[in-house]
Design a protein around this ligand. Sequence first.
Ligand code: ADP
Length: 363
Amino acid sequence: MSREPIIGENNSSQSGGDSNATPLQKSSPKKATSEPQMDEDRSLRPKLMDEMVGQADIKAQLQIVVDAAKRRGEALSHVLFDGPPGLGKTTFARAIPNELGTTIEFASGPSLKAPKDLVPYLTNAQEKSILFIDEIHRIPKAVEEYLYTAMEDFRIDMVLGEGINARTYSYRLSPFTLIGATTRAGMLSAPLRDRFPIRHHLDFYDLPELKEILLRNAKKLQIEIDDDAADELARRSRGTPRIAINRLLWVRDYAESKADGKISVQVATDAMKMADIDNLGLDKQDRQYLETLIRVFGGGPAGVEAISHTMNGAVDTIEEEVEPYLLRINMLVRTPRGRKATSKTFEHLGVDPGPLENPDRLF
Ligand code: ADP
């Protein structure tokens, strides 16, 4: 038997448990995190789904399952959100307990290194409360397997004692809801994915939605912004609410320092230029990626590892943060042989595609 105080599922488990066993204290090296302090991000974050802009289909479907769970007086089924960073996964996860009138605990995949790290979150979970695991694709296999019985049967097995005194106890959990968020749904194993009956993919936002988010946040922050300046910022926000808000905060500072505090289209354009954000909203990293693909790899096809290593970037960051938007705006295509630039990429970077030695490198 393992000397680890907590192990994965064990067939020799006895039910009932030992009344002297205090699994929480024995097995919880650290306490589950409570809600972070109020900060600017949180005060701007919509509290209810109705206050969120866009994602209409997801909101409508979630309203139904939330409503049904409330009527039945049961815990909501487990929910998985996937999509690139900054599109609202955490915002949905925080809005759901507000809609249900319950509480939420936060955990993050990379901090759950072993099953024992997960135990305090599970044993602390109240009936019908929410446990949110961000970056759930980063949990190791042993933690993932430990989650299976917790999610399905609301039960975990624990080993108390050591050596010949070691005993496995089955610990009954209160029925809770797990909300997982991931930027890499493809990295989740099928057994884990299948344990989330409710799954939603968040897509990029269109320009009117981003403009609406910018105007709502400008109002909350009492920033004066012209209508055409909001259009301009929306165009340069990479389809992402978090980026839109960050651009707005930068332009607010710029306007306060360099102008009279009001955001006109000229102020917005000047501030974007200073931050090296081009007219499509692409930043330095995006352009470096595209330039590497074009100038070093002749437009591709090239593997993402080769591109990342050449530009000295982390493959994960490139795959999670850079490529999804470039794919979305047709500046990049993925082929079985690797990433390829498109004619739009050459045009945007002002590079002449030159003679087509390799005709399939372009559309
Ligand atoms: P993710 O968890 O997907 O990385 P977040 O939920 O943290 O993204 O969203 C980033 C920020 O963008 C939030 O602080 C929130 O203010 C804003 N935001 C995200 N989605 C929406 C939305 N649908 N409507 C309004 N604001 C949003």
